[in-house]
Design a protein. Structure first.
Length: 258
């Protein structure tokens, strides 16, 4: 039964993990026999995506060319356009996903990122604000970052502070807050939130982040003292690299080399 499109699709599924080239051929035969065969197109697109052949994946999926997209096709098409940095092309697929599931935080974040990347910060902020007060932290962080980028510094500061109140271990939020302090002429406040969070938790990752911030503003002695208070077993690769730099900067070259 060489004209059985479903059989060729099934054979492709059988081969995909051990002979991807033959699987691609099988899916191609299924599509040639039945051009609107959604499963075969989706399976072929997934396989090309796994092989990082994103343009071929989009061509195989042909979203909307053979009927209305299903939610899974919208999701894959959006992912492919995002990987190819085709922000405007990704948007309708992400909007369709949100229409299907308004609570889909990942799609909402990706839509805001696409809108931001194509230069429409206000649309991105509206997309994020639509998630409401219970928005996941990733959405709130993106919202704060856009506010900061567009010069709404006070609103961004407030939002980063709210994020840290909920999750004091969020190093990226600490660093963003310190960036605001530094750029608004308050260098003395750089590292404050990290120092408070470290004092409460003793998390060595927070200590390393704090030492890095001290180094960035030129307070190398404070950075070195902080790193040396960490037990060696708690020093990450980044902390050891920082320690070596600080030792050399302090004139303790032999220790830094070691």
């Amino acid at each position: 039964r060489p004209a059985d499109a479903a059989a060729w699709n099934n054979f492709g599924n059988h081969l995909r993990t051990r002979d991807a080239s033959r699987a691609i051929t099988c899916y191609g035969k299924a599509i040639a026999l039945k051009p609107d065969f959604g499963d075969a197109r989706f399976n072929l697109a997934l396989l090309h995506n796994e092989r990082r052949e994103h343009r071929l994946a989009l061509a195989a999926l042909a979203p909307g060319a053979h009927g209305a997209c299903t939610p899974r096709e919208h999701a894959l098409a959006a992912s492919l356009h995002l990987r190819l940095q085709e922000w405007e092309a990704a948007e309708p697929h992400l909007e369709a996903q949100l229409a299907h599931d308004p609570a889909d935080a990942r799609s909402r974040l990706n839509l805001a990122v696409a809108q931001r990347r194509r230069g429409d910060a206000n649309a991105a902020l509206q997309t994020l604000a639509a998630a409401g007060d219970a928005a996941p932290q990733a959405l709130r962080f993106e919202q704060a970052s856009i506010l900061l980028e567009t010069g709404r510094t006070d609103a961004a500061r407030t939002l980063f502070e709210e994020i840290l109140a909920q999750n004091p271990a969020d190093i990226a939020a600490h660093e963003a807050l310190d960036k605001i302090h530094f750029e608004t002429g308050e260098p003395a406040r750089v590292g404050q939130s990290l120092a408070q969070a470290f004092a409460r938790s003793g998390d060595p990752a927070l200590a390393t982040a704090l030492a890095l911030q001290y180094e960035r503003i030129g307070a190398r002695e404070r950075a070195l003292a902080l790193i040396e208070r960490l037990p060696p077993a708690q020093r990450s690769t980044e902390a050891r690299r920082l320690h070596a730099r600080l030792l050399v900067a302090a004139g303790r070259t032999a220790e830094g080399e070691r």
